[in-house]
Write a protein that binds this ligand. Structure first.
Ligand code: ADP
Ligand code: MG
Length: 299
């Protein structure tokens, strides 16, 4: 395509709410044959709801929710937003200090509930909890597995280094995601679903939108998303990575084409070659169609 055509293509894209870093990006887009779609917030709404709470020992469900809300208040993760919303609806949150966030793992901090003695809080996935020296008992793991049944996402709450409870959450697939995946396949792009979430939750979403079971990569840490991109590239694929979060930025940078959904953070947009301003996966398809049309490879 001529430089003029490419420039016209990027101009047309911006009218559609699609920001393309430079005309060269359109050329890159043409070679992409594999498209990684981050699950939470990209394929799904990312608006989760708390659907279950389990309290261990002398803890109550109300305490588990309030303390999880306190430690999640500093996080922007969709899980955190859901927990905070549910906790706030039940009452005021304990104050938190020393907040730390481990992307793809969990969050921790210190609370002083009711002005009593400080309490170390941690909320997150199993592997991250264990890496912090907190190992759930067998019956607690069984409860965790039950709560994740049917495709929910469960997280642990730990207090002073001991497991205190479990919260489970559910997410819904965005309206346009199944149609977008169908169109991607028609464009000869192989959709792949990498996610830090558990296998059952990932499989449920994949089945709903039409992504093949063997193209689901579950329990993937942010740094492993980079490795997944590299592996596909080593296998000769040209890879696009679509994500909405800061935890997707490194994989987007590694990919041949990084695509950010506009609802995500500034960091992810920095790493992206293409940014779609809306939250519909259909806009990603539009971006690809537009570039191919600009290059005259489809009508
Ligand atoms: P995804 O790839 O689906 O966007 P992430 O990589 O952000 O997911 O997170 C992966 C997993 O890490 C989550 O499913 C959850 O178990 C845990 N996690 C991440 N952030 C938090 C948080 N703020 N609170 C609790 N758990 C978290
Ligand atoms: Mg995400």
């Amino acid at each position: 395509a001529t430089p003029m055509a490419l420039l016209a293509g990027t101009g047309r894209a911006s009218q559609l709410g699609i920001l393309i870093k430079g005309p060269q990006i359109l050329e890159d887009t043409r070679h992409v044959d594999t498209i990684l779609l981050d699950k939470t917030g990209t394929v799904t709404t990312g608006r989760l709801a708390v659907t279950g709470i389990t309290a261990f020992g002398r803890r109550t469900e109300a305490e588990v929710l309030a303390l999880a809300g306190a430690v999640e208040a500093g996080s922007e993760h969709p899980i955190a937003k859901a927990v905070v919303e549910a906790a706030r609806a039940a009452g005021p949150l304990p104050q938190l200090t020393d907040f730390h966030s481990a992307p793809g793992g969990g969050v921790r901090g210190t609370a002083v509930p009711g002005g009593g003695t400080p309490l170390a809080l941690a909320a997150g996935r199993t592997g991250w909890l264990e890496a912090n020296g907190i190992v759930p008992a067998a019956e607690e793991r069984a409860a965790f597995a039950r709560q994740q049944g049917g495709g929910a996402t469960a997280i642990w709450l730990a207090l002073d280094g001991e497991t205190a409870g479990i919260l489970s959450l559910r997410d819904t697939v965005k309206d346009g995601s199944a149609a977008a995946v169908k169109r991607l396949k028609e464009l000869d792009l192989r959709p792949v679903l990498p996610t830090g979430d558990n296998a059952a939750a990932a499989a449920r979403v994949a089945a709903e939108v039409g992504i093949a079971a063997q193209d689901v990569y579950a329990d993937v840490l942010p740094e492993d998303k980079v490795a997944a991109v590299r592996q596909l590239q080593d296998a000769g694929r040209t890879v696009a990575m679509v994500g909405d979060g800061v935890n997707d930025a490194a994989a987007q940078a590694q990919a041949d084409l990084g695509i950010a959904m506009g609802s995500g953070t500034g960091v992810a947009i920095e790493a992206a070659d293409i940014t779609v301003m809306g939250s519909d996966l259909g806009q990603v398809v539009q971006a690809i169609e537009l570039s191919r049309r600009t290059l005259g490879t489809i009508k």
